[in-house]
Design a protein around this ligand. Structure first.
Ligand code: NAP
Length: 479
């Protein structure tokens, strides 16, 4: 498939601008040039923040019905151009066209929910007279917008994860500056186009394309940025936290999610769900299944079905309707994953299927017998790799599931209510799915993790909470 390289502009405080320095955006499957975007400078970011101060004032004074109208119009624009959005995701990212279409549908949902949540940004009355001496006081609190939100986003959901920050920020009456992944900036620019077409006043939204290593610090450390909403890897997340200073921080980081399969589970259902959860977006998914703990009595049967189903996966051209899995985001990433697998095999792991690489493609890979001290067993792989472990019972499975530094989501397959409830109580995660894999999410639910998986929650209503502050109002009444 060929596309015309036209040289995209970035969206700086409501204006579409070009710069001489550019970033090449390449298709990971064949390294072909798709387009270019400006490489924003430090001065661009500073200017953008200056303009966003005015944007924040405009956004805060925009009535809720108007915010709702604009966000719905942006969603309408995406709906009317859904195939263009999907093809862009499937070109610059590593998703297949079928996966990309699902992301576009979810993005529309994210925006529609954001519009609806705008009307529910409520406060409460406060019974001040609970305190002796406060009998003649009445009041309430309401939530006001935080100001300017700095959003930094990763490559793996280049549209919907940006919408998860832009939708709530605008619904709450904030200005927002997005720094998308350098690898996948085109989808974020399309989202800016949707808001521009929807009539969003200038200066409320910017999508600044540039290298995190060059312009990230300005955004993160600037005193007028009141909140950093970051989604990405732990390493970058920790660096941002160290530098950010006194501002709100929301961190959506990685994981190596566990799934437990007990002997009373529906085996076919568990296999179908965990295979899909492991290989969605070539495993580049923060809630992707990485570790599966299977009760010993059903291990052989589960493993056989799991490998059979994995071997049915069609790996190849992302634009083909027949393809189940595309490449990793770069060849470098595929080589990193290959090293992790080879290291595990050298340490005694058994390769049941996969373990093959060609350029940026790495085939769906299933391992057993992986020593627990291997990096692949402890760290986030962020690739199409899944580790199967037999376990004696639920307690062992829970203990092993928790024995990592992450805790985003988990899954358990069982029809035993007591056991499901035990897992709910004992597993250290931000979300647990019963009879689904860790890879289940809707956009309206609270989403986020514990331990190194993050801080704070997204899922529109919850992001709005983080992007607003309560203001207390108290009237002292005269007698
Ligand atoms: P990444 O390398 O951490 O990059 C994420 C974003 O941060 C990019 O825009 C990057 O810019 C920017 N960045 C990097 N270092 C920075 C710094 N020092 N200051 C400011 N910005 C900086 O992550 P990725 O490889 O794109 O994404 C994969 C990771 O994201 C995985 O760990 C995955 O689990 C996590 N993730 C988490 C969630 C969640 O909701 N919990 C969802 C999706 C992904 P450049 O592109 O210019 O380097």
């Amino acid at each position: 498939m060929t596309t015309q390289v036209i040289g995209r502009k970035m969206y700086l405080a409501g204006k579409w601008v070009k710069r001489d320095r550019i970033i090449e955006v390449r298709d990971p499957q064949d390294n072909s040039l798709i387009d270019t975007v400006p490489a924003a400078s430090v001065e661009d970011m500073i200017q953008c923040i200056e303009e966003a101060k005015e944007g924040a004032r405009v956004a805060a004074s925009m009535p809720v019905y108007k915010r709702m109208e604009i966000i719905h119009k942006a969603a309408d624009y995406i709906e009317a151009n859904d195939e263009k959005f999907a093809r862009t995701i499937a070109r610059e990212g590593s998703k297949t066209i079928r996966e990309a279409r699902k992301e576009v549908k979810r993005c529309i949902q994210t925006l529609r929910i954001s519009a609806e949540e705008a009307r529910r940004i409520n406060g409460e009355t406060i019974p001040f007279d609970q305190m002796e001496g406060s009998e003649n006081r009445v009041g309430y609190y309401y939530r006001f917008p935080i100001g300017i939100v700095g959003a930094i986003t990763p490559f793996n959901d280049p549209l919907n994860l940006v919408a998860h920050k832009v939708g709530p920020a605008i619904a709450a009456g904030n200005a927002i500056i997005v720094k998308p992944s350098t690898l996948t900036p085109l989808s974020a620019l399309l989202l800016a186009e949707a808001f521009d077409e929807a009539g969003l006043p200038p200066k409320i939204l910017s999508v600044v394309t540039g290298y995190g290593s060059e312009i990230g610090d300005v955004l993160v450390t600037h005193p007028d940025i009141r909140m950093i909403s970051f989604t990405g890897g732990v390493e970058a997340g920790e660096e941002i936290i160290r530098k950010a200073g006194l501002k709100k921080i929301s961190m959506e980081l990685g994981s190596n999610s566990p799934v437990i399969v007990l002997e009373d589970a529906d085996l076919d259902e568990a296999v179908e769900s965990t295979v899909s959860g492991a290989f969605w977006a070539a495993g580049q998914n923060c809630i992707g299944v990485q570790r599966v703990y299977v009760q010993e009595s059903i291990m052989d049967a589960f493993q056989k079905k799991f490998v059979e189903r994995t071997n049915q996966y069609c790996v190849g051209d992302k634009q083909s309707e027949l393809t189940d899995m595309g490449p990793l985001i770069t060849e470098k990433e595929a080589i990193r994953v290959e090293h992790l697998v080879n290291e595990a095999v050298e340490a005694g792991a058994i390769l049941l299927t996969g373990g093959k690489r060609s350029g940026a493609f790495y085939w769906p890979t299933v391992l057993t017998n992986v020593p627990e001290e291997c990096r692949i067993a402890k760290e986030e792989v962020f690739g199409p790799i899944v580790l199967l472990y037999p376990v004696k019972d639920l307690d062992t499975a829970i203990e092993k599931s928790n024995a990592v530094n992450y805790g985003l989501q988990a899954g358990i397959f069982t029809n035993n209510l007591q056991k499901a409830y035990k897992a709910i109580e004992k597993m250290d995660v931000g979300g647990i799915m019963i009879n689904d894999s860790s890879d289940y999410r809707i956009d309206a639910m609270p989403f986020g993790g514990v331990k190194k998986s993050g801080l704070g929650r997204e899922g529109i209503k919850f992001a709005i909470q983080e992007m607003t502050e309560p203001k207390v109002v108290c009237f002292k009444l005269c007698n």
